[in-house]
Design a protein around this ligand. Structure first.
Ligand code: IPE
Ligand code: IPE
Ligand code: MG
Length: 224
């Protein structure tokens, strides 16, 4: 029985959650943030070392201007409203992806939140923003090459997740069975779980169930 140290989630299905209820997609995203808040609290109280959440991909810019601005507004409000809670609970915020390409006010808000939680040593909450794994690997390889030999280790040391525990478990909600350019490198030996639950319906109980199932899996890493 092993305990997961690092869990990542592809939070998918907000749009379908809203559609089922004849509500605007924005309402699905709002409810998605509420699920994030509860799952982050649960990860912290369960003592998970790291939780990485896919919030906005490099491909999500293809959505309507209206939807992109809804998502950015929700991100901003979430960080503003929960930052004090992160600080009080020893949560260290991290961002993976090229977040500096986001709007200036969001970059400022994130930089402030990163600085104010940098010394926390409880759960690391890594939010993937303007994140694409192919982009991450290309950037890491370029930095590795600039410093010397390009090896598995030198690339790994330059990934956005450098220093985080190895990825143990990758969960995707909403029934889609694909990675959508998320953590391609880190997923090499991660356990995967694809659940039908739509993200706004995902609760701490779902996370607990996933961690229980993870503990039963036998990981072999190619050996016997
Ligand atoms: C996930 O929900 C949220 C983000 C991608 C930011 P979707 O918006 O992808 O929901 P579906 O897949 O359309 O149901
Ligand atoms: C992946 O979901 C991105 C996030 C959850 C942020 P998408 O809904 O964008 O992925 P596809 O389009 O179904 O592959
Ligand atoms: Mg989707």
């Amino acid at each position: 029985m092993t305990k997961a140290r690092h869990v990542a989630i592809i939070m998918d299905g907000n749009g379908r959650w809203a559609k089922k209820r004849h509500l605007p997609r924005a309402v699905g995203h709002q409810r998605g943030v509420e699920a994030v808040r509860e799952v982050v609290r649960a990860a912290r109280s369960m003592g998970l070392e790291a939780l990485t959440l896919y919030a906005f991909s490099t491909e999500n810019w293809r959505r309507s201007e209206d939807e992109v601005s809804t998502l950015m507004g929700l991100l901003k409000r979430y960080i503003q409203s929960d930052l004090e809670e992160f600080i009080a609970n020893n949560v260290r915020l991290r961002v993976i992806g090229e977040y500096r390409a986001l709007a200036g006010d969001i970059v400022e808000l994130l930089d402030d939140a990163l600085a104010r939680t940098a010394h926390n040593h409880g759960t690391t909450l890594a939010v993937a923003l303007n994140y694409g794994a192919q982009d991450e690997i290309a950037r890491a390889a370029a930095r590795a090459a600039a410093q010397g030999a390009v090896t598995v280790e030198s690339i790994e040391a330059e990934l956005d997740t450098a220093g985080m525990p190895p990825l143990d478990l990758l969960i995707r909600t909403s029934g889609e069975v694909r990675l959508s350019n998320f953590l391609l490198w880190q997923a090499a030996y991660a356990e995967m779980m694809f659940v039908d639950t739509l993200w706004p319906d995902f609760t701490p109980a779902h996370l607990e169930a996933a961690l229980e199932e993870f503990a039963k899996r036998e990981r072999r890493y190619g050996g016997r």
